[in-house]
Every structure is written in C-alpha cells, then in structure tokens.
Design a protein around this ligand. Structure first.
Ligand code: AMO
Length: 446
C-alpha cells in the first residue's frame, strides 16, 4: 500500500480542460485535469477529492466498486497540496460544486505533498500572518489572496490603459541612485562598486527630468523606504504608480488622478465580479470631483474639536479619525500643505500666503493616504533656495540642477501607492496582503 503513490514525470500528458471549462456538455467525455489537491473526504467506499487549478475547483469522485484497486489506493494516500493530473470521464452531478464531477481512470502524481499546510485553502480568516508569509507561495493559493491579486492585476492594467490613452509614455528609471529625494523617509544604503549609493525612494527627480524630453511620463515600479515602524500600512518595498506631466499644475493632475481612480474602479467592477463577491465587498459608487479640503481648514476643524495639533504638524491617521464630521469617508483630497513639511521639489504657493503653503495634495481614502502629488519647482534659483532651506547638500544634486539650465517646463505629478490603493479597493487591513512577498523591518524572506 505504501508505495502505490509515487512521483512521475509529466511525459506526454497534457491538460485537456481547465476546471472552469468542464460542464455537462462534456458528459461521458474523457478529460485530463491538472492542479493541486485542495481538499478531500474519505467515506471508506467512496472518496471525494477537490482539485484546484488557476480557474477554480473541480470534484473527483471515486467509488471503490467502480475503480481499480490500485487507483482507489492511490487516491486514499494522496494528501492536500499534492500536484497531480487525473484522467477521467465527466459526469453531471447536481451535488458537486460545479454541477459536474470527474470519475477517475488514471492518476499521475507530479509532486507529493509531504506535510499538511498550517492553513486551509478555503479559509477566509486564518492563522497569524507571519506563519502564512513564511509559506507565502502556498498561502497565495487561498481563495481570498487569489481574489486580491486578480484585482491587483486589473488595477495595474487599468492604470496603464488609462495613462496610455491620456498620452503618457511608460518609462523605467534607475533604482540605484546617488541622493535622497523624499526628506522624511529613510534610505537603504547599498555598495555600488567603491561608492555608497542608495535604493530609490521614488523616481521623483528622473520623472521630472523626463518631462523635458517626453512631456507626459509614467512609471510603475518599486520604491524603497527604510521604515523603522511596524504598521499595517508601511512596507520597506512598495510599488508606486508615478506620473509627471509638463505645462500643467497640481489642479490638473488632481483631476487626472481622480479620473484614473474612477477608471480603475470601473474596470475592477467589470472584470472582478467574482472576486468582489468572494470578498463580500461592494465598491463604492464614486462621483467626481472628489471633495477637496485644504490642510489649514482641517487643522482649524481639529483644533475646534479640542485636538492638540498645531499648524505645521503632519496629519496623522489618528488625528484624522477625530475630525468632527463624517466627510472623511471614501476618496477625498487634502490640499495646500505647509511648504515646510513637503520635499524640496514641491512648489510653494505665492498667493495669498506668500510661500507658507505649497501647491500640493494628498489623495486620501478615509484615514489612509493613497497618493501625494504637487506642482514642482521648475526654476533653478528657487530650487536651490528650497534645498538650502531644508539643509540639503546642493552639490550632491549637481546632476539634477544642471538640467535646469535648459528649460525645465512648468510641471506637476503624483505617486500612488499601489498596495495602499489595493487596501482601499479590497478592504484588507494589512498592507502585507497586497504584496506578494512583503518586505518590512522584520522580514527579508521569502
Ligand atoms: P510619497 O512619499 O507620499 O510621495 O509616496 C507616494 C505614495 O506612495 C505610498 N507609499 C508607501 N506605501 C507603502 N509603504 C510605504 N513605506 C510607502 N511610502 C509611500 C503612499 C504614498 O502616498 N515623490 C512623491 C510623489 C510625487 O509627488 O509625485 C512621493 O514619493 O501611498
């Protein structure tokens, strides 16, 4: 009995149908399915085995009286997660999840699971995230993560599609860089031959430079942030959807961003109906334009509500929760942030407060920041002054400042945190589940 089941090569066997393609019109037809054992029930004389492939599940039913002794024995030995192929005939079965089942004739086990995974494929809630992340490739087979990552794929495609239609060209900028761009966030130093270099926190300066050659550019790529804190909304490596556009200001790119979000949500609604149903989540019907609140107004409101916050402080999610009304639901913008807490490339607003506030915005979803953007400084003397005010070593930015001698256009842009957007769309509360292999202060593998 013990050696009935052994691992075999795929050889000439090929899948004839995915699980989703098998229906009663194939009654009595012979098919070959391939996938993984997702669950099994053994009733002694009858066994039910659910096989999962990328499109779903299909039931295999074996009766002792209808099956060779060898095949029945093999099925009894097989464990969940084993990868295998089954050749069998299709039979309608009302009680089966998809209305049909496979009566097996022959089985090939490709790779036999040796251990029981610490979680079930079907379970929605599950044991601690660290146990799951340690076995991420297996965890990712779970329905809930399948839904999240199918939605993520739609979000990426829809963003690309939208930006391409708006005349943007996709670019890729260096991820090994010489200088910081985002003041607040820490850098990861790396060895670059005999010099110190850093992993890019953002494509910021490159995307700005590229407006000189291409006017409208976007990049979907990794950003690296040495985040010392353990929160449910920070990763050390995230994906950002960055855009930059010439001859516009922050109002124009806010409008572009909200239209992009609308297109993304419409695409998810259309393409991910089953995933949304599984997540039991109805996407909000959003209306444009999104509400816009100025930073100063929100500070006043918070102060009015007794919050101890000063003009110039950052708006933390904790503080945001204390806003006196429920206007902060769904998507909205916070605009005109203090110049002092925005990076050097953000353009100060000269009316009416003479540079104290900047032409900047954050796109929020409830208390979660999804994106930030701004009009950029496009004159060299102004940029130098902003750098000096922020205590930066201007020589380190020579490579960037140089291009300002050759006609940098007025320009504006934004960066959207992809995983944050997925959090908003799927209602997950830990950003790690929006990343295939998340990186944080405690985790560098798998
Ligand atoms: P910012 O630093 O606000 O702006 O980043 C843009 C967006 O990226 C996401 N994000 C993160 N997501 C997960 N983990 C992190 N550690 C993390 N850090 C940032 C957020 C955030 O809104 N250069 C500017 C963008 C621009 O002005 O074009 C920038 O990097 O969703």
């Amino acid at each position: 009995m013990s050696d009935l089941l052994h691992e075999e090569e795929i050889g000439q066997w090929r899948r004839t149908h995915y699980s989703s393609e098998i229906n009663s019109s194939l009654e009595d037809r012979e098919v070959i399915i391939m996938g993984w054992v997702s669950s099994k029930r053994d009733h002694g004389n009858i066994q039910f085995i659910i096989i999962r492939d990328r499109y779903g599940d299909i039931q295999v039913m074996a009766k002792k009286s209808e099956c060779s002794k060898r095949l029945f024995g093999q099925l009894q030995q097989i464990k969940e997660h084993t990868s295998l192929a089954i050749r069998g005939t299709v039979r309608p079965q009302e009680k089966a999840p998809s209305g049909v089942e496979i009566i097996p004739l022959e089985l090939k086990a490709f790779s036999i699971a040796r251990k029981a995974a610490p979680f079930m494929m079907q379970s929605k809630t599950s044991i601690g995230i660290d146990t799951r992340l340690d076995l991420r490739a297996i965890d990712l087979r779970r329905n809930i993560l399948q839904s999240i990552f199918h939605i993520r794929y739609t979000v990426l495609n829809a963003s690309r599609e939208f930006l391409a239609r708006q005349g943007f060209i996709e670019v890729n900028t260096p991820k090994m860089i010489a200088t910081a761009t985002e003041g607040g966030a820490a850098l990861f130093p790396i060895f670059y031959y005999d010099r110190e270099a850093f992993l890019a926190q953002s494509p910021q300066l490159y995307k700005e430079q590229l407006t000189m050659a291409f006017e409208s550019v976007f990049e979907i790529g990794p950003i690296f942030r040495a985040e010392p804190s353990r929160t449910n909304r920070h990763l050390s490596e995230a994906i950002s959807i960055d855009i930059e556009k010439a001859f516009v200001d922050y109002n124009d790119v806010m409008s572009l961003l909200e239209r992009m979000i609308l297109h993304v949500l419409d695409s998810v609604k259309e393409k991910n109906k089953n995933d949304l149903a599984y997540l039991e989540f109805q996407l909000p019907n959003i209306e444009l334009p999104f509400a816009r609140y100025s930073y100063s107004d929100l500070i006043e409101q918070l102060q009015g509500g007794g919050e101890r916050i000063r003009w110039g402080d950052d708006l933390s999610p904790q503080a945001m929760k204390n806003l006196p009304d429920d206007r902060m639901n769904g998507f909205y913008f916070i605009t005109d942030w203090p110049t002092s807490i925005k990076p050097f490339y953000v353009k100060p607003k000269f009316v009416p407060e003479s540079g104290r506030v900047s032409e900047s915005f954050d796109l929020m979803y409830g208390p979660l920041e999804i994106s930030s953007g701004s009009t950029r400084v496009n004159r060299k003397d102004e940029l130098l002054e902003r750098m000096k005010k922020q205590g930066l070593n201007t020589q380190a930015f020579d490579y960037h400042l140089k291009v300002f001698d050759y006609g940098v256009p007025p320009h504006a842009g934004f960066g959207v945190g992809l995983e944050r957007l997925i959090m908003a769309i799927t209602k997950i509360d830990n950003i790690r589940d929006a990343s295939l292999y998340p990186r944080d202060i405690d985790r560098l593998s798998p």
